[in-house]
Design a protein around this ligand. Structure first.
Ligand SMILES: *Cc1c(COP(=O)(O)O)cnc(C)c1O
Length: 401
C-alpha cells in the first residue's frame, strides 16, 4: 500500500522547539487554524494577542510592526503593499465627503495625484500650501480641514520645512497631521518627539514610511507602514485597512526584517557620500543651484539644522541640481544618459545610484522664487565608492563642454 494523501497532509511530526538563528522564521498564511470553535468565536481580529486570518497578521508581520514602532518611536503600526498605499490608507480612512486635506506644494507627486484623481470624486477637497511658510499653512486651515500632510524634506526639491512650527499650527487648530517620513526614515529625527525635552511632546499624529526605500534597502520590495501613538486613531486606520483588504506578503516582510539591522549604517553611509557629492557639485559651473538640506544656502537649511542637528547620519541620500538656464532639456538628458554608474530610474534607498530629470514647471503651479530657473536633476546616491561616483559625474559633465 502506498502512502495516503491524508498522511501527507495531516502529518504528526512536530520539530523540536527552541530553534534559534540570526533571522526569524517566516510564517505564510491565508488560513489560520483555531484550536476550537469556541476559540474562533472568542478571538477578536483587532487584538494582536492571537491570530485569526493571514490578512489580519502573522508572527512575521507582527514582528516587523513592532520593530518599526521602535524605529520611529510609535506605538501601533499597519503594513501596506507600498508607500503610496500608506498615504492612500491615511487619506481614505480619515477623510469624508465635504472634508478638505492640505498638502505641501513640494509633496511626493502621487499624493497630489491621489487628491486630484480620486479624493475629488468623493467630494473631498484639497489645497496646496507653501512648505516654507508656516503662516500660509495656518491661513489655509479652515472649518472643513480634517487632515494636513507634512513632508520633510520634499522628495524632489528637498526644501526642509519648519516641521515643529507646522505641527504646532495643526495642534492649535485641532487638525490631524500625517508626516511622510520616508526621507527621515526614523533616523534623521524622531517624528513623535520633534523637540526632545519639551514639556508637551511635539509629535505628528501619523508617520507613514515607504519601507520600499531604506528599510528594505535592496530596490526589490514595495511596502509601506502607517505608525501612530494613539490607539483610537490607529483603530480608525486599521478598520479602513481591513475593509480595503490591504495585506503584505511574508517573503517581502522577511526582506525588510533582513534590511533593518543594517538600516542605520546604510543611512549614514548614503548621507556621507551624498553630502560630499552635493558639495562637489556646488563647485561646478554647470549648476545654478544645488539642493540638499545640509547645504547652508539650500531652502530650509536652518530648519534641518534645528531638527536634525547636522550630525552625520541625519540626512538621506538624495540631492538635486538645477542646471544653468542656457542648458536645454536635450543636453541635460544627454548628461543623464552619459552617466555610467548612475542608472536612470525612480525610487531610492538601494545600493545603486539613480538619476532622474524632473520638469519643475509640471510639478509646481507657480515656479517657487527660491528655486533657480532651469532643468532639475535628482540624484539618489547608492553605496558605491564616492570617488567613483564623482568621477562618473565629472565625465558626464563634459557633454556641456
Ligand atoms: C517612494 C516614496 C513613496 C511611495 O513609496 P512606494 O512604495 O514607491 O509606493 C512615498 N513617499 C515618498 C517620499 C517616497 O519617496
Amino acid at each position: 500500500m502506498t502512502v495516503s494523501s491524508t498522511d501527507l497532509i495531516h502529518h504528526a511530526y512536530i520539530p523540536p522547539a527552541g530553534f534559534a538563528a540570526p533571522q526569524p522564521g517566516v510564517f505564510k498564511a491565508s488560513t489560520v487554524f483555531f484550536p476550537s470553535v469556541a476559540a474562533m468565536r472568542h478571538f477578536e481580529w483587532k487584538d494582536k494577542s492571537a491570530y485569526t486570518y493571514g490578512l489580519h497578521g502573522t508572527p512575521t508581520t507582527y514582528m516587523l510592526e513592532e520593530r518599526l514602532c521602535t524605529l520611529e518611536g510609535g506605538k501601533q503600526c499597519l503594513l501596506v503593499p507600498s508607500g503610496l498605499a500608506a498615504i492612500a490608507t491615511v487619506s481614505l480612512a480619515l477623510l469624508r465627503s465635504g472634508d478638505e486635506v492640505l498638502i505641501p506644494d513640494n509633496v511626493y507627486g502621487p499624493n497630489k495625484a491621489l487628491a486630484e484623481g480620486e479624493l475629488m470624486h468623493w467630494g473631498i477637497g484639497h489645497q496646496f500650501y507653501d512648505p516654507l511658510n508656516p503662516q500660509d499653512l495656518a491661513s489655509k486651515i479652515g472649518p472643513k480641514t480634517r487632515l494636513v500632510w507634512l513632508e520633510a524634506a520634499g522628495s524632489v526639491t528637498l526644501e526642509f520645512p519648519d516641521l515643529i512650527e507646522q505641527v504646532r499650527i495643526c495642534k492649535a487648530a485641532g487638525v490631524l497631521c500625517a508626516l511622510d517620513n520616508t526621507w527621515g526614515a526614523g533616523l534623521a529625527f524622531a517624528p513623535f518627539d520633534l523637540e526632545p525635552g519639551s514639556e508637551v511632546p511635539v509629535a505628528v499624529d501619523i508617520s507613514v514610511h515607504a519601507l520600499t526605500k531604506y528599510p528594505n534597502g535592496g530596490g526589490d520590495v514595495l511596502m509601506g507602514s502607517v505608525i501612530t501613538t494613539d490607539e483610537s486613531l490607529h483603530m480608525r486606520l486599521k478598520l479602513c485597512h481591513m475593509r480595503m483588504g490591504l495585506g503584505v506578503a511574508a517573503n517581502d516582510v522577511e526582506a525588510v526584517l533582513r534590511g533593518l539591522p543594517s538600516l542605520k549604517l546604510r543611512y549614514a553611509a548614503h548621507d556621507e557620500a551624498t553630502r560630499a557629492l552635493a558639495r562637489w557639485c556646488q563647485t561646478r559651473p554647470e549648476f545654478a543651484q544645488v539642493l540638499h538640506p545640509a547645504l547652508p544656502n539650500s531652502p530650509g537649511h536652518r530648519h534641518w539644522q534645528v531638527l536634525c542637528h547636522g550630525e552625520p547620519g541625519s540626512a538621506a541620500g538624495l540631492f538635486s541640481v538645477i542646471f544653468r538656464p542656457e542648458f536645454n532639456q536635450q543636453q541635460v538628458d544627454a548628461f543623464c544618459d552619459t552617466l555610467k554608474l548612475f542608472e536612470i530610474g525612480y525610487s531610492w534607498g538601494g545600493p545603486i545610484s539613480l538619476v532622474v530629470p524632473y520638469d519643475i514647471a509640471t510639478m509646481r503651479p507657480d515656479w517657487p522664487a527660491h528655486l533657480a530657473r532651469g532643468t532639475l536633476v535628482r540624484f539618489s546616491i547608492g553605496l558605491e565608492a564616492v570617488e567613483d561616483l564623482r568621477a562618473d559625474l565629472a565625465a558626464a559633465l563634459t557633454v556641456f563642454a
